[in-house]
Write a protein that binds this ligand. Sequence first.
Ligand code: ADP
Ligand code: MG
Length: 570
Amino acid sequence: MLIGIDLGTTNSAVAIWRDERSELVPNALGDLLTPSAVSIDRSGQVWTGAAALDRLATHPEETVTSFKRMMGTEASVRIGKRDYRAEELSALILSSLVDDAEQALGERPTAAVITVPAYFNEKQRRATRRAGEIAGLEVRRLINEPTAAALAYGLQDRDDREPFLVFDLGGGTFDVSIVEMFEGIVEVRASAGDNRLGGDDFNAAMVQLVEERLGEDAEAALEALPSERRNALMTLAAEKARRTLSDKAEAEFAVTIGDRRFSAAVAGEKFEEAAKWLIKRLRDPVIRSLRDTGINVKELSEVVLVGGATRMPVVRKALTRMFGRFPNHSVHPDHAVALGAAVQAGLLARDGGLDEIRITDVAPFTLGVDTADRDNFGVIHSGIFSPIIERNTPVPVSRMQYYSTMQDNQREVEFNVFQGEARDVKNNVKLGTVRIGVPPKPAGHIAIEIRFTYDTNGLLEIDVEVPETGLKKNLVIVDEEDGRSAKDIEQSRKAIEKLKVHPRDEAENVAAMTRAERCYEGFTGPARHMIGEWITEFQGALEKQDPRVIADARGRLLSALDELEANPPL
Ligand code: ADP
Ligand code: MG
């Protein structure tokens, strides 16, 4: 079974295409959103989602959130005895989403369409794909989050051809896309964004605003805490206050340390003031996407809001100012991306009624090679970026460029392939190296043809040819710093399989609890009361999370139930 997954920085969601429509799949708790949080204790016990988020305040050193921000980097976080990379933590989230979906759907999903920010580079995309593989999923396609949102949106009938703008402000990433839909064709005309801007940053601004106003006692109490715990407490309090400000003019920022509670009132206006510099940063990507497409703000038919942080009034106001109109709200900002991923899943499964829709996408970054230039004084400057496929070019795309030799009798030409926008290649992301032999001739006498072909799966193929000799090379780029092999993925998968799920979810405990609850329903009077007490006791043991305590309690519960069922009270 194929599902659509919005693997968000803050929240993730699952949707499925069935009965000609896209539908969200609730998790085991019945929620449509699952926090992208993971908590692992010393014994390797794992919590994900809301359960992990609950542990953020009590066990900050064992709990991680926002790890999507590390996706595609070498960075890892230490939890207990082991370091975890973003893709491994994401794999844990994906596994729990799949487990929950299996429970809700009665069939285990084996394949998925996973969404990524439009602004993700190759490394980040590859890491996302690996996360799916580690979780045992066949990743059928990665699609850009705004493209997915557009798909969710596109199913409402439209027959104009005017472009619209998707504005997605989540917990950690900000994406702007200009999209056109016409006669079943979805075309992303441009994507821009900032993968370090989101609700998390507004939380930080809130903390900064309030910190000094909590008073000296609070300051001393906070100082005494380990920094992780302090940060977790402050972030949680900021998140709460900030959400309140979405509905009310004033909120209370409150932290409890030990048995003391410290609080300060925050006015919406004050928070808006403190968040001004973040609001300013929302403008750039919007302007860039408009400029890249040559589209005027007035030509946009609609501004579609995606992402939980667009609920903030300060963001709404800024949007209204920026676009001179009220944004469209017809797609639920929290659900659009997952719903769209399921539409794409439906497309892949060639479900009837959908095969008319085609999607075109754009290359999120410029792709090119490094070259050298000779200035008027004959001095060679190397390391200059030469773009071949410009950002926001619709994919699939194939582009060719000619280059020539720089030195007399040069025997070989080397091109380094880069992704990015900077003129100095040092500031771009290196994807690999291509070399080809050339016949010795005076400088500039030998031409080299390079063709870049980029497909919808983000695969870059490079063909190099020296027309003079007919020598050709077709090279698959080997990413030097990121050559994680199938073996590495297998290792990650094994390591993760060793980790345990929360005891509450372990089969034996679930079975014991189900049986006790059934008994409770079957009896009345004192017997029922007694069973109720046994259940409470067992729940207490589960919360202790000590396998031995749990095993003992489970044994006691089961033999008590055996006893009761064997000799029922008359
Ligand atoms: P992501 O795509 O990064 O997973 P989401 O789209 O789920 O993120 O958005 C998460 C962000 O939305 C968080 O920073 C959260 O604080 C913010 N958010 C959710 N609901 C509200 C609200 N009612 N008011 C303000 N911010 C909100
Ligand atoms: Mg999102």
